[in-house]
Ligand binder design. Structure first.
Ligand code: PMP
Length: 360
C-alpha cells in the first residue's frame, strides 16, 4: 500500500504517473525498449525531450525569449553555475532567507563580490526578508532569491522583492509548478526536480536568452555554460534521459489537471486546512511567522523535543511518513507538494488531533 509520504524531497509523485511509467517499463510505445535503453539521439527520444520541454513551456507560459534547459547536479550546482555565467560585473546581491539561500550566497562569494541585500537570520529564518531598494547595488549583475524555503516552511508567495531593474534569479526548487509565477519577472529560474517534477538529479533552468549570450570566462568548462546547453537542446552530452521522461509525464499530468493555477488552488486549500488545525490547537506551535507561511512545507513543533519525536514515530505506524523536521530546525515538517492528495492532509490532521488529546 502506498503511504502518505510527507518528505521534503525526493517527494511523492502522482500515482497516475508511476502507473504510466510502469505500463511503459518493458516497452515504450512500440519502440521495443524502455526509455532508459534508448539512444538520446534517436528521434523517439528527441520527441520525449522536446515534448517535456514544450509541456513545461505551456504550463509556465514561458515566453519565447527564454530558454528551457535540462541539467544535472541538483539545485546545488546552480548555486555555482549562476555566478559563473551571470556575474558579469563581478558583483551580485543575495536575499538570505534560509540555509539554501545562504549556500547560494556563499558559493557566489567564492567567485566574486556577493553581498547580502536582506537576511532573516535574526529570527532563525522564520520569515522572508525583503531588501530595501537602497540595499541593492546598481552595479550588481543580479539579485538572487529563494521563492520557497523548504526547511523553514516560509515563502513570500507571489510577493517579489524590489529589484531596481536587476535581473531576478530565483531558486524555485520547492514551489515550481505548485504556485503561479510570471516568468517574465525573472532573469533566471532554477529548480531541482525532486519535489514537484520528478527524480532527483534532474535540474530545470529557465533563463532569459539575452543573459547567456555574452562570452563567459575562457576557462569555463562547456558543461558549466548555459549557452552550451541552449545551443545543444540540453544534449551536449547524454542528458538524464529517464528523469526527463518522468518529468514529461508529470508535466502532462498537471496539464490534464488544469495547469499550475489548478495546482495552486488545491495546494492553498490543503495548506489552509493544515494551518487551521495548527492554529486551533495550542498543543502545536507553528514555526513560520504567519505572513510568511509556505503552502508547500508546513513546519511546527509540539511542546517538547521528545513529543516531536514520538509524534513522528507514531505517525509512521499509521502510514504518515517522513514528518521529521530538517536538522536545522528540528520539530515537524509536513511537505504537501502537488502530488500529496488532500486525503493525506486530512489523515494527518486527524492524527494531529488524536495525538494532542493523548499527550496534551
Ligand atoms: N534549494 C532549495 C530551496 C531546496 O529545497 C534544496 C533541496 N531540498 C536545494 C536548493 C538543494 O537541492 P539539491 O539537493 O537538488 O542540490
Amino acid at each position: 500500500m502506498r503511504a502518505y509520504n510527507f518528505s521534503a524531497g525526493p517527494a511523492m509523485l502522482p500515482q497516475a504517473v508511476l502507473e504510466r511509467a510502469q505500463n511503459e517499463m518493458l516497452e515504450y510505445q512500440g519502440s521495443g525498449m524502455n526509455v532508459m535503453e534508448m539512444s538520446h539521439r534517436s528521434s523517439v527520444y528527441e520527441s520525449i525531450l522536446f515534448g517535456a520541454r514544450d509541456s513545461l513551456r505551456r504550463l509556465m507560459k514561458i515566453p519565447d525569449s527564454y530558454e528551457v534547459l535540462f541539467l544535472q547536479g541538483g539545485a546545488s550546482l546552480q548555486f555555482a553555475m549562476v555566478p559563473l555565467n551571470l556575474m558579469r560585473t563581478g558583483k551580485a546581491d543575495y536575499i538570505v532567507s534560509g540555509v539554501f539561500a545562504k549556500k547560494a550566497y556563499e558559493e557566489a562569494s567564492r567567485l566574486g563580490d556577493a553581498a547580502i541585500a536582506a537576511s532573516s537570520a535574526d529570527r532563525s529564518y522564520r520569515y522572508v526578508p525583503q531588501p530595501s531598494p537602497e540595499a541593492l547595488r546598481p552595479d550588481a549583475s543580479y539579485l538572487h532569491m529563494t521563492t520557497n524555503n523548504t526547511i523553514y516552511g516560509t515563502s513570500a508567495r507571489s510577493l517579489l522583492p524590489p529589484t531596481n531593474g536587476l535581473p531576478l534569479v530565483a531558486d524555485m526548487s520547492s514551489n515550481i509548478l505548485g504556485e503561479v509565477y510570471d516568468v517574465s519577472d525573472f532573469g533566471l529560474i532554477y529548480a531541482g526536480a525532486q519535489k514537484n517534477i520528478g527524480p532527483a538529479g534532474l535540474t530545470i533552468v529557465i533563463v532569459r536568452k539575452d543573459l547567456i549570450q555574452a562570452p563567459v570566462a575562457k576557462n569555463l568548462s562547456p558543461m558549466l555554460q548555459y549557452k552550451v546547453y541552449a545551443e545543444n537542446d540540453s544534449m551536449y552530452n547524454t542528458p538524464p534521459t529517464y528523469a526527463i521522461y518522468l518529468a514529461g509525464l508529470v508535466f502532462a499530468h498537471i496539464e490534464k489537471l488544469g495547469g499550475v493555477a489548478a495546482m495552486q488552488k488545491q495546494n492553498e486549500a490543503k495548506a489552509a486546512l493544515l494551518y487551521a488545525a495548527l492554529d486551533r490547537n495550542p498543543f502545536y506551535t507553528s514555526f513560520a511567522e504567519v505572513n510568511s507561511r509556505s503552502i508547500m512545507n508546513v513546519t511546527f513543533t509540539t511542546p517538547s523535543r521528545e513529543l516531536d519525536e514520538k509524534f513522528c514515530g507514531e505517525a509512521a505506524k499509521e502510514g504518515l511518513l517522513n514528518l521529521k523536521g530538517h536538522r536545522a530546525t528540528g520539530g515537524i515538517r509536513a511537505s504537501i507538494y502537488n502530488a500529496m492528495p488532500s486525503e493525506g492532509v486530512t489523515a494527518l490532521i486527524d492524527y494531529m488531533d488524536r495525538f494532542a488529546r493523548r499527550n496534551g
